[in-house]
Design a protein around this ligand. Structure first.
Ligand code: HEC
Length: 96
């Protein structure tokens, strides 16, 4: 019984960590993206809805945008891990 409880606790902690690291909605808040972007209003940068519409149907957009944010080329450099950037970009592109 003790072992089972341990396994459940570890699985729970791992699941919570994954959710934290991968929730794009959390990343855009935590990494300051929302200082320059809004989901539906244009601010310093384009709104996320506008970007999702612009890249709709472009299967390569996710990878291209993640690389752009990571390298900080033609975009303010972003201090986030690869997984966080990917989650943020997926979140941006999923806005409707
Ligand atoms: C200091 C302001 C600023 C911050 C912070 C910022 N952005 Fe931007 N972002 C811009 C501006 C300005 C543009 C439009 C020019 C461009 O495309 O680079 C833009 C464009 C984009 C684009 C579209 C790029 C393209 O090629 O069409 C995406 C996607 C994006 N931002 C995502 C993010 C994410 C995710 C974050 C946080 C991790 C973030 N931005 C943080 C200012 C910012």
């Amino acid at each position: 019984m003790k072992t089972l409880r341990f396994v459940v606790a570890v699985a729970g902690a791992v699941a919570a960590g994954v959710v934290l690291a991968q929730s794009g909605a959390d990343v855009v808040k935590a990494k300051g993206c929302l200082n320059c972007h809004d989901v539906s209003e244009k601010k310093v940068g384009p709104s996320y809805k506008e970007l999702a519409a612009k890249y709709k149907g472009d299967a390569k957009a996710g990878g291209m945008l993640a690389a752009k944010l990571k390298e900080g080329k033609a975009h303010p450099k972003v201090a986030a891990s690869d997984a966080e950037i990917k989650a943020a970009v997926d979140y941006v592109l999923s806005q409707k």
